[in-house]
Every structure is written in structure tokens, then in C-alpha cells.
Design a protein around this ligand. Structure first.
Ligand code: AMP
Length: 558
């Protein structure tokens, strides 16, 4: 195997320092194993730190959370304790409120930042106590934030930065008026930041009314020359975050690469994945920027002499690495920018050789996959994860191949004495079967594994949603079922009531809930077909705005 490396692939290790971030934040990022800013962070952080307003088109997976959270933390005054929150982040869903507030907490640990997620469905008492004690950053859904403003438990007079995260999603969920009302409570001279995966005119109009000379950032627009995109087999698997390590092991079992690089985002992830793969019997080695040059050289040496078959690496550590026999590039998660994807997969399929690029993605990262397809002009085929049955069949196949190779090439005569002594008593076929069993078990056998559940269908594209409020009632897309709720505007129903009730009672995540139409007397809500019965059952046990409406599948009248 030929391996070449440029002398110092880690030159850009200080990437975050170059963005002017304070020492406490740099330390937190280094502890988390972030090696370099993602493109959106590279572009957004300097203007945000300088106090500009900003509109960013960025989907989940681009690192947008850190892009706004780090500048917010940079601007906090240490010890500025008694005033109200200095920053308010508005997000569409409770999951996102929790995620963003965890991220702010992790990045701001050394600053002693006090961050509070506020969303409906959570007991308000706990939020009230925390607010009374004082918080620096509030991350909330618009409905609950407005609730607190109305109760005078949240005062926004000291807010210096407001972030509207996933703004398109918030508008889709009917939060436009709430957002306007909240912004009106904040000082005029605040900094306003808007992130949205799509930029429909409604978002643009919010930006025009509430932002001052915003810097605009769009991802994935750098053209790529067709010659730069290798012709390799490109596929993706949809896997929930928690199942990714198991899914990776399974894919590798079936793909059986000669040599592969598994790309991870952070050093932490590199270490975890390496451990998982070694536990599964692979010879995997970590390669990341936290390692000394010496350690990295040793890893490369083992890859060169074939004693390692899998390299688990961050982008930075793998930069400049050229491995001739590489058959597979595997993205443990969707890269933070389409350009990074092209760069990674360029490592296989060189000089007309065959190669595979495999990406593990969460349903909410589907948008990133589409952006990559647009950039490369090539399809990424969605594949089904190998099942336990597939794996068993594959392992038996490997045992068969090993036996066949032995029959064709090994000198087996010296074992005849064993065979002869056994065939006095046993049938020769049974002896062979026992031998196969022992070989199979020695090679790992049938590891006891659970099926990996496929994640629920991602929501449809927002732009194609039908209009709300009595718009034309077309049929929903395949895989999506429309439910009829016997409650509507006359009962004071708002979209967020439906989303809150469904998400709270059925366990369906708010992101999986599709278009909502509310008319005077009834409402229609799209949910993934596999979840429809479960949602109906859950709604029969619960109330919405104090009522227990009829909930059933919508009947189409032709
Ligand atoms: P987001 O797009 O904000 O949802 O972030 C996607 C994921 O990328 C999160 O798990 C972050 O922890 C991770 N992440 C964000 N920025 C970086 C970075 N510069 N390096 C490595 N991982 C990152």
C-alpha cells in the first residue's frame, strides 16, 4: 500500500483562534475535539463577533448552532449577573431548544454561562425558578417565550442578540405573529441573526423588516468542476444518531473493504468509533489532530504494511493523505459542507479504479444530501441497512469462502487421522458439519444483534406544503397520511397547539409532523403513515385546548 502525507496536515489547527474567539471558548472547542471551523462558522463568526446582523442559509449538519452560539458567548460580560438575559434564541421545536441549549452550555462551560431552554409541555414552575435566579441565554419556542413575557417572568430589555434559528420551520409552524410580538419586546439596537434552511419570500420579508444591513451567507454555492468529482458508487443510509456505530459495523461487515477511511467530525467521535470497530473485530486505527506527529506516523506505518485495514479520521488529520488501495470512503455523518464531501470522496476511485462512498445520515440531514447531489450532479442512492438475516447470510458466506480456499490450496493430509478415527463412529457428512460450525464460531460466529430500527420518514420539503387555512385540499404525498381533527379556529386552535399535543402525547417528534391546515371547525395534519394509528390512539387519550376532538384518518371525497 502506498501512503503519502504532506509534512504537516495540522497547520490549520488554530482555525478557531483565527476567528478571534476568547480563550475560554477555544479551550471548550478543543476539549470537544473540534479541529477546525466548518465553512459556515468560518464565514459567520467574524461578522457576528463584530456585531453585524446576519442572514444565513444553512441546514442542520452545517455546524450552524456553533456559528451563532460562539459569538453570543463571546459577547457575554463575565459577572454581568443581575440583568435579564443577554441573548434570546428562538427555535421551532422542543428538541431543538434542548439541543441548542446543551450546545451553548458545552461551549460556554468555562464562562459559567447560565442557559435555560423554555418550551411548552415542560412544567412552567421549573422555568420560573430558573428565570428568577437569572439566566444569560434563553433558548425557547416562540409560544412559551411569549407566555413568559405575558406573565412578566421574562424581561427582554437587556437582550443584545436575538437569534431566529430554523426560521422557515418556525413560520411553517405558524409562529410568525409570536415572533413579531417577541421582537417588539427587545431593544431596537439589538443584533439580529436569522438562520434558515430555505429562503422563501416570507423569510426575506422578516429579514428586511427586522435586520439592519445583514451580512448574507449561503452555503454550497461554490461550483465544482465536473472533472473534480470521481465516478464512484455513492450511497447513503438513514440511521438515527444512537444507532450509527452499530450501523457502521454492519455496513462494513457486508461491504468488506480492503482499506477504508471512516470520516468523523470530532476527535471524540474518532475515538469512540475506533473503539466500536475494534470491539467488532476490525483492525481500526484513529487518526486525529490530538495525536503527536510520532503517533500519526506509526498509524500510517501500520496502514502501509497492511496490519491496519480501517482508518478513522477527522478531515484535518486526513488532509494530504493518499492511500492507493483505498476502496471505501465512509462518512460517519454528513460533512458540514457539500464541498467537504467532494473532497473526501476524491480519495477513492482514483485513476479509474472502483470505489465506494458511503454516508450515514439522519433523516433531518436529508437536505444536506440533496445539496451535495446538486453540487456534484450525481445521485446518492438511499440503501436499506443490512438486516440481522443479511448479516448471518454474509457471515456464512465468508465461512464457505474460507473453506473453499482451504480445500483448493491447503495440504490437508495430516488431518486424515482425525477424520478416520471419527468416521468409525460418525457419518462423514456430520463430521464436516461439525467442523464448519467450529470454524464459523472461531471466526466470530453469529454475533447476537438486534435489528436496527429504520428512522421515521423525514418530513416533506417545506416549499411544497399546501397553504394553511382552507387552501386547496390535495392528496398528501406517498408515505404521509392526513389526519382529521374535529377542532378548529372557533375553538381558538393554533398550529402549535396541534404540534404540541401530537408531539407531547404520541412521542412523534415535531419535525415529523407535516403540513397543518386549520379551518373554522376542523383541522388536517399530515403525519408519516407508519405513525398514523399510533397518533390516533394517543389523541383519543388526551385533550386539546380542553376538548377531546374526533381524530381519524381523512376521508377523501372524489
Ligand atoms: P449543527 O449543524 O449545528 O446541528 O451541527 C451538527 C453537528 O456538528 C453537531 O453535532 C456539532 O457538535 C458538530 N460540529 C459543529 N461544528 C463543528 C466543528 N467545527 N467541528 C466538528 N464538529 C462540529
Amino acid at each position: 500500500m502506498v501512503v503519502a502525507m504532506n509534512p504537516d496536515p495540522l497547520e490549520s489547527e488554530s482555525g478557531f483562534a483565527g476567528l478571534g474567539l476568547r480563550a475560554e471558548l477555544l479551550k471548550a472547542l478543543s476539549t470537544l475535539g473540534y479541529e477546525e471551523p466548518t465553512p459556515i462558522q468560518q464565514e459567520a463568526i467574524p461578522p457576528l463577533v463584530a456585531g453585524h446582523d446576519l442572514v444565513g442559509q444553512a441546514a442542520t449538519g452545517t455546524g450552524k448552532t456553533a456559528a451563532f452560539a460562539l459569538p453570543v458567548l463571546q459577547g457575554l460580560t463575565p459577572g454581568g449577573r443581575d440583568s435579564g438575559p443577554a441573548a434570546l434564541v428562538l427555535v421551532p421545536t422542543r428538541e431543538l431548544a434542548e439541543q441548542v441549549s446543551q450546545a451553548v452550555h458545552r461551549y460556554g462551560r468555562d464562562l459559567g454561562v447560565r442557559v435555560l431552554p423554555v418550551y411548552g409541555g415542560q412544567p412552567i414552575g421549573r422555568q420560573l425558578q430558573a428565570l428568577a435566579r437569572g439566566v444569560d441565554v434563553v433558548v425557547g419556542t416562540p409560544g412559551r417565550v411569549l407566555d413568559h413575557i405575558e406573565r412578566a417572568t421574562l424581561r427582554l430589555g437587556d437582550v443584545r442578540t436575538v437569534v431566529l434559528d430554523e426560521a422557515d420551520e418556525m413560520l411553517d409552524m405558524g409562529f410568525a405573529e409570536d415572533i413579531e410580538a417577541i421582537l417588539a419586546e427587545t431593544p431596537d439596537e439589538r443584533q439580529t441573526v436569522l438562520f434558515s434552511a430555505t429562503m422563501p419570500p416570507r423569510i426575506d420579508s422578516i429579514a428586511r423588516r427586522h435586520l439592519r444591513n445583514p451580512v448574507r451567507i449561503t452555503m454550497g454555492r461554490k461550483p465544482v468542476a465536473p472533472g473534480d468529482i470521481p465516478l464512484v458508487r455513492q450511497s447513503a443510509y438513514m440511521v438515527a444518531r444512537a444507532h450509527r456505530p452499530a450501523a457502521l459495523g454492519r455496513i462494513l461487515d457486508v461491504e468488506a473493504p480492503t482499506a477504508a477511511i471512516v470520516f468523523c467530525r470530532t476527535r471524540e467521535e474518532v475515538d469512540q468509533v475506533t473503539e466500536t470497530l475494534n470491539g467488532r473485530g476490525y483492525r481500526a486505527e484513529a487518526l486525529h489532530g490530538g495525536m503527536s506527529q510520532d503517533q500519526r506516523d506509526r498509524v500510517m506505518g501500520r496502514l502501509r504494511n497492511g496490519s491496519t485495514e480501517l482508518l478513522v479520521a477527522t478531515d484535518v488529520a486526513a488532509r494530504g493523505l493518499d492511500v492507493e488501495q483505498l476502496t471505501h470512503v465512509i462518512n460517519f455523518n454528513v460533512p458540514a459542507a457539500p464541498e467537504a464531501y467532494v473532497h473526501r470522496i476524491g480519495r477513492v476511485g482514483r485513476a479509474g479504479r472502483e470505489g465506494s462512498a458511503i454516508t450515514l445520515a439522519e433523516p433531518r440531514e436529508q437536505r444536506m444530501l440533496k445539496a451535495i447531489e446538486r453540487l456534484t450532479g450525481q445521485r446518492i442512492t438511499l440503501e436499506k441497512l443490512p438486516t440481522v438475516t443479511d448479516l448471518r447470510a454474509r457471515r456464512l458466506e465468508l465461512t464457505r469462502t474460507a473453506l473453499q480456499a482451504s480445500l483448493e490450496t491447503d495440504d490437508l493430509e495430516r488431518f486424515r487421522v482425525v477424520l478416520d478415527s471419527l468416521t468409525d463412529e460418525f457419518d462423514v457428512e456430520n463430521v464436516a458439519l461439525a467442523a464448519i460450525k467450529l470454524l464459523h464460531e472461531a471466526a466470530g460466529g453469529d454475533i447476537e444483534e438486534e435489528e436496527i430500527p429504520s428512522p421515521t420518514a423525514p418530513r416533506r420539503e417545506r416549499e411544497t406544503r399546501p397553504p394553511r387555512g382552507g387552501g386547496q385540499r390535495d392528496r398528501p404525498d406517498d408515505g404521509v397520511t392526513r389526519l382529521f381533527f374535529g377542532i378548529g379556529r372557533r375553538a381558538g386552535l393554533r398550529p402549535q397547539d396541534l404540534v404540541g399535543a401530537i408531539a407531547g402525547e404520541s412521542g412523534l417528534s415535531a419535525r415529523e409532523i407535516g403540513a397543518i391546515q386549520i379551518t373554522d371547525r376542523f383541522s388536517l395534519v399530515e403525519v408519516p403513515e407508519p405513525a398514523a394509528d399510533m397518533v390516533i390512539a394517543a389523541m383519543q387519550r388526551s385533550t386539546i385546548r380542553g376538548r377531546r376532538p374526533t381524530v381519524r384518518r381523512e376521508r377523501f371525497v372524489r
